[in-house]
Ligand binder design. Structure first.
Ligand code: ADP
Ligand code: MG
Length: 654
């Protein structure tokens, strides 16, 4: 007897559910997409306990006819696609007909729906894929889908769920961003009966951004407007089927917002990409965004971006993954360059407004603010404290027509005395430098506004000629350079020097380390032990040689030369903590950068510390040797420069 069997539907659905339904937010995503496909103008999402206990989505869309409401739970049952040809030009968000049967197979689901064409509605109940009930019900037109006890019959999957807060954050992020994609619709989100988001229809994306994030964010972002480009396809081969001329022109439209370069995030979670209205993840577009900020942001820092790319359905394949979160572009490098140049162009055109310290005008309260404090907080922190001084970003050299400084703010006021607020000496949050390898983007031609030289890599040689004049507040080095006056943050500068030194020595496999006279015994918590076991070898290669020493304790025998014995324990704990939080599954390269960042931050000279002339000279000379002397491993600027030109302007000499 043969061994191969066709799987029963129930099993096939659960397998599909593994791909489509990963967590409560995936249910929300599929259902939001269904409601939008059903032409809903108001969508309400309710969740309990992070969506594990209950998720309910109510819409006022076209509902389902009675017969359809049963059919919808059959595998590959969809109203959105009927032939193979349709698959090449999908205009709806759904098309695979997998979501409803998949979700129904791993939860207790109730569907209540009525099409305006019928006088009574239908209620269907399915538990773990088994039909429990199907009855007539008096319902308003539209659809209510309630999903309870997600994964109740698949315990291993249930275990993968994170805390209620984390699951809720994923749901909130989804609803928020779908609300941004549809400013003309009402969206509501409630968690455990608490309102988290409530937005009413508005006329523009800008107003929706205001509703959701508040005025602060609008100040920190640049509106791309609508950028358009046309891809011209070559005419078909003379023997092939003829194609109408207009079909050979493929327009691409890009809208949305990107943050000003000063806003720096340490991961990609603030980048939202929509292609033809579908929220997706896409490496190509992520790369295009990074490329747009190349030289404007340190490697490893990411902007906030909310981008909507629209194109001919035939230009993009959405059927790449069952969860429909990935796409493949037919002309990928064209799309990449278009997105990169559009963003880059906007960044250059919009000079950040001159931000002399002025009393803040009272701000209107946003209509509904999500608990996005973390988000706005980061934006806040990322603002330069001395906005009228230029942060030392590489800048384009003066072009032949004398256009210099085109992409950077130019000091425009007459006020020179900067307001300096010393950061508190305590080190900030533990450093995280999960930078990908530095992007190397070749110079490109075209795409830039006339007269602006985009990729003129500046020479950082000027750093070599810096002459330290003295120290301000025992924290900042004041230096004279060929091109103006410089202020260097001594802690951050030293941090960068040490960071690169550790990475370089690690890469060469010869880290300078010191033998500790007495091994240092450190006690670890259970989770630290797990992390330690995972990264002990790498720690050893970075100078921290250690060995297990009894239960729960380790003995550290060596440390990198720059580290003081009193700092060893806190560096180690910091590495273990960040490794656990951020770097699970991260690459070895990221782990190495993180270790180097921790060592550098702790071992670097602090602020509020007097430095003698020799040390000032030494520090600037070493900084000049750095490969990336503009930002610390966490992306903070190292130096501010007040160019000669600005000084002359300030004194009305030019
Ligand atoms: P798909 O969206 O890929 O077609 P689903 O399994 O998500 O597959 O949904 C199956 C079908 O159920 C859809 O094609 C649609 O006809 C119907 N449907 C699902 N949700 C709704 C809704 N909220 N309003 C109206 N019809 C819906
Ligand atoms: Mg669907």
């Amino acid at each position: 007897m043969g061994r191969i069997r066709v799987l029963p539907d129930a099993v096939a659905n659960q397998i599909a559910a593994g791909e489509v339904v990963e967590r409560p937010a995936s249910v929300v995503k599929e259902m939001l997409e269904n409601s939008l496909d059903a032409g809903a103008s108001a969508i309400r999402v309710e969740a309990e306990s992070g969506g594990r206990r209950m998720i309910r989505i109510t819409d006022d869309g076209h509902g389902m006819l009675r017969d359809d409401s049963m059919l919808a739970f059959e595998r590959h049952a969809t109203s959105k696609l009927s032939s193979l040809k349709d698959l090449q030009s999908i205009a709806t968000l759904g098309f695979r007909g997998e979501a409803l049967p998949s979700i129904a197979s791993v939860s207790r689901l109730t569907l209540e729906t009525r099409s305006p064409e019928e006088t009574t509605g239908t209620r269907v109940e399915i538990h773990g894929g088994k039909m429990i009930k199907c009855e007539e019900a008096a319902l308003a037109a539209g659809t209510i889908l309630t999903v309870r006890d997600l994964f109740f019959n698949v315990p291993p999957r249930k275990k993968f769920l994170r805390s209620d807060q984390t699951e809720l954050a994923h749901i909130a992020s989804l609803v928020t961003h779908y609300s941004l994609a549809h400013p003309d619709k009402t969206f509501e989100l409630y968690h455990d009966y608490r309102e988290l988001l409530q937005v009413t229809p508005v006329a523009s994306l800008r107003e929706r951004v205001f509703q959701v994030f508040g005025a602060q964010v609008l100040d920190d972002v640049i509106d791309l407007g609508t950028r358009e480009v046309e891809l011209k396809l070559p005419p078909p081969h003379p023997h092939a089927e003829p194609v109408a001329a207009e079909d050979l022109v493929r327009p691409f439209l890009l809208r949305g917002f990107v943050s000003r370069p000063q806003v720096q995030k340490y991961n990609r979670s603030s980048i939202y990409l929509f292609v033809n209205g579908r929220l997706i993840k896409d490496r190509l577009l992520l790369h295009a965004i990074s490329a747009a900020y190349y030289n404007l942001m340190p490697p490893g820092a990411f902007p906030f971006a909310l981008l909507f790319l629209d194109c001919d359905a035939e230009e993009v394949d959405v059927n790449v993954h069952p969860s429909k979160t990935e796409v493949r572009f037919r002309h990928s490098s064209f799309v990449h360059d278009f997105v990169r140049d559009a963003i880059r162009g906007s960044l250059i055109e919009s000079r950040p407004a001159s931000a002399l310290p002025m009393p803040e005008p009272p701000r209107a309260q946003p209509a509904a603010a999500l608990p996005y404090s973390e988000f706005t907080q980061t934006l806040e922190n990322a603002r330069l404290e001395l906005p009228e001084w230029r942060s030392v970003l590489p800048e384009p050299a003066a072009g032949p027509d004398g256009v210099a400084d085109a992409d950077l703010p130019v000091f425009s006021g007459g006020r020179i005395e900067p307001r300096i607020e010393l950061p508190s000496p305590a080190p900030a949050a533990p450093p995280v430098d999960v930078a990908p390898s530095r992007l190397k983007v070749p110079n490109h031609h075209g795409g830039a506004p006339a007269g602006v030289q985009l990729d003129g890599m500046p020479s950082l040689d000027v750093l070599k000629d810096l002459r330290p004049i003295g120290q301000l507040h025992e924290s900042f080095i004041i230096a004279a350079g060929r091109d103006g006056l410089w202020i260097v943050d001594q802690h951050v500068a030293h941090e960068r020097i040490l960071f690169e030194q550790v990475l370089k020595q690690r890469a060469a496999g010869r880290l300078e380390k010191q033998q500790l006279l007495i091994p240092m015994v450190v006690e670890l918590t259970a989770s630290q032990q797990i992390e330690y076991a995972r990264i002990a070898d790498e720690l050893g290669a970075n100078g921290f040689e250690s060995e297990p020493f009894g239960n729960r304790t380790i003995a550290i025998k060596t440390a990198p030369v720059d580290v003081k014995p009193s700092q060893i324990e806190s560096i180690l704990f910091e590495i273990l903590e960040v490794a656990e939080r951020e770097l699970r599954g991260a690459s070895l390269d990221e782990l190495r950068r993180n270790i180097a960042a921790s060592i550098a931050c702790q071992a670097a000279i602090k602020i509020n510390m007097r430095l003698d002339q020799t040390r000032l000279d030494w520090l600037l000379a070493r900084l000049a040797e750095c490969e990336y002397p503009t930002n610390c491993p966490h992306g903070r600027p190292i130096a501010l420069r007040y160019s000669t030109r600005e000084i002359l302007k300030g004194f009305h000499r030019i």
